[in-house]
Design a binder for this molecule. Structure first.
Ligand code: SRM
Ligand code: SF4
Length: 569
């Protein structure tokens, strides 16, 4: 690979070479999926498959048993839908529901970036699954891979006037930054192979795409539900006289790190200016191309835009952006965030339509013994005339319900006992956990399957301290990649080994400050022994309206982290 970019950190990584020879993400995917002798595909193809929205995984619960029986691991595929802004129609919901039963493991996972994932799809069924989605006008292109991922958009229904328009902007940005290769259509949808001129094929990305994944999200203050400071490119909607006028631009956030490697860290994005709304697509493109040209293509652990921004400085990024735009970003406009969680229950939108935010534990839509959530949502989808909105906190909004339909939806909600979470502690309502075991190949500890039972026990401590209704954010991940954005939780847990977690405290309630490690590698007993006294002290000593994350800093439990560079100190 010849020198193509202004910045070279070293020899290109293997992934760069693979992208280059992949013929615009085709690789040998067709042949590998046709191979009948194994339920797996070769490693190189697993890497390219990500750009098509799917990961090869194996059921980790079965690994040891299968090894003993000398069987290959129980290979299966996870598939993620591309869904900017997280809104689907009832018909699309029904399609996903059906596909999860026909080809998946019978559950739907609503992700921390507002989309669906199916787990447990077998190699032989992946194409049919994608074709099934296609019939419902859903696709999975660029849901994963070194490209712009799902663009998030606030679903804060209290400010529905803006969230609807913001959702449209999320779509415009997403569409503009979509890879143009026809590989997806050929491989999965059997469309004729198109011979394009290579220069025209990927005008924004080029054939090497980006050095790493790239994430964009749009927040509508005062809600920071999308965690705007965790995005590679965050946009903060600015309103004037009841109109959306533009966006503040935030660059270089991210959550992932590697245990024990101080060169990797979570980071909060930096606000660099303001763009009028009609120029935001151009701004997004130009920022993405700065990362394309200056990102680290040698070491994937340091390849995210946050490292590019920290290496070059936000002033340099702004200057380069202005040069590429041919005009200058304006001064940052005032904004204020007061929370990064969801608001539950019925809320009336500006146009008189209703939105019901339901609490869905860790985004897993399934039928449980005494809680038939999946069936209930299917029945609602059959009659619902509005939409479904997946929130950035893994919850679900039954959106755009008319006055006429509201009692009908409420009847189904009551019949199935669906919850808006109000009977839970405020801590549980503000909780998130990533998938982790058994599907995630990178998990070091349980997350989604464990956090609910840990919260049961923390709720006892909260009751003792009189804090059941105190809003505190708690998030857990099974490894430091940070898929549930744990570094932005007032109480964060990051898995280290089975049953062991690092515990972090001190992030802000509105998602603008990172937390800091308080205890390393502790199990449940120590977690509870540690948290109990701190919660009690908080209940006794807190100042009026003081949030838990602010209190633990004031009381000296942890130091304030103002930049990710201090995260490991
Ligand atoms: Fe993630 C990798 C699940 C949001 C940072 N993430 C993975 C993989 C694909 C594991 C793998 O590479 O083999 C996980 C699949 C598990 C499974 O079985 O489904 C996975 N990530 C998820 C989801 C499903 C978690 C969830 O419970 O909702 C989220 C899907 C989002 C989506 O719809 O697109 C998810 N991942 C995130 C977020 C949160 C966000 O984007 O707002 C982050 C932190 C933000 C960031 O990117 O900095 C995140 N995931 C990562 C990383 C670390 C990336 C880094 O550069 O630091 C990895 C590992 C990697 O890329 O090498 C990863
Ligand atoms: Fe897997 Fe780690 Fe992401 Fe959790 S944080 S889903 S364990 S990669």
């Amino acid at each position: 690979m010849s020198k193509r970019f202004p910045y070279e950190a070293g020899p290109p990584s293997g992934m760069e070479k693979l992208k280059e020879r992949s013929d615009f993400l085709r690789g040998n995917l067709v042949e590998s999926f046709a191979e009948p002798l194994t339920s797996a595909i070769p490693e190189e193809d697993t890497l390219l498959l990500k750009f098509h929205g799917s990961y090869m995984q194996d059921d980790r619960d079965l690994r040891n048993e299968r090894r003993k029986q000398k069987l290959e691991p129980a290979y299966q595929f996870m598939i993620r839908v591309r869904l900017a802004g997280g809104i689907t129609t009832p018909e699309q919901w029904l399609t996903m529901d059906e596909l999860s039963d026909t080809y998946g493991n019978g559950t739907l996972k609503m992700t921390t970036r507002q989309t669906f994932q199916l787990h447990g799809v077998l190699k032989w069924n992946l194409k049919s699954t994608i074709q099934g989605m296609n019939k419902a006008l859903l696709d999975t292109i660029a849901a994963c891979g070194d490209v712009n991922r799902n663009v998030m958009a606030s679903v804060n229904t209290e400010h529905s006037r803006y969230t609807n328009e913001v959702n449209e902007w999320a779509h415009k940005i997403s569409d503009h930054l979509l890879p143009r290769t026809k590989a997806y259509h050929e491989i999965w949808l059997d469309e004729e192979k198109v011979i394009d001129s290579k220069e025209e094929l990927e005008p924004i990305y080029g054939d090497l795409y980006l050095p790493r994944k790239f994430k964009i999200g749009i927040a509508v203050p005062p809600s920071n539900d999308i965690d705007v400071f965790s995005q590679d490119l965050g946009l903060i909607a600015i309103k004037e006289e009841d109109q959306l006028v533009g966006f503040n631009v935030v660059v270089g956030g991210g959550m992932g790190s590697t245990h024990g490697d101080k060169d990797t860290y979570p980071q909060v994005g930096k606000v660099i200016g303001y763009t009028p709304k009609d120029k935001v697509v151009d701004v997004a493109e130009k920022i993405l191309t700065i990362q394309r040209d200056y990102g680290n293509r040698s070491n994937r652990k340091n390849a995210r835009f946050k490292y590019t921004v920290d290496r070059l400085g936000k002033e340099w990024i702004l200057q380069e952006l202005n040069n590429r735009l041919g005009w200058e970003l304006e001064e940052t406009r005032d904004y204020h965030f007061d929370h990064n969680g969801d608001k539950y229950g019925w809320i009336k939108g500006h146009d008189g339509k209703w939105h019901l935010t339901l609490y869905v534990q860790n985004g897993r839509v399934a039928d449980y013994d005494s809680y038939k959530l999946k069936t209930a949502l299917r029945e609602i989808a059959k009659v619902h005339t509005g939409d479904f909105r997946m929130t950035p906190n893994q919850n679900l909004i039954i959106g755009n319900v008319t006055n006429y339909m509201k009692p009908k939806i409420q009847k189904l909600v009551d019949e199935y006992g669906l919850t808006d979470g109000k009977e839970n502690s405020a801590l549980r309502r503000n909780s998130m956990a990533c998938v982790a075991f058994p599907t995630c190949g990178l998990a070091m500890a349980e997350s989604e399957r464990y956090l609910p039972s840990l919260i049961d026990k923390v709720e006892v401590l909260l009751d003792e301290a009189g804090l059941r209704e105190q809003e505190i954010t708690i998030r857990m991940t099974g490894c430091p990649n940070g898929c549930a954005r744990p570094a932005l939780a007032e109480i964060g847990f990051i898995g280290k080994a089975p049953g062991k977690y690092n515990m972090y405290l001190g992030a802000s309630f509105n998602g603008d400050r990172l937390n800091k490690m308080y205890k390393e590698n502790i199990g449940e007993e120590e977690i509870l022994d540690t948290l109990g006294p701190i919660l009690k002290a908080y209940a006794k000593e807190r100042e009026e309206k003081e949030h838990f994350g602010d209190y633990v800093i004031r009381a000296g439990y942890v130091k304030e982290v103002t930049t990710g560079l201090e995260f490991h100190d």
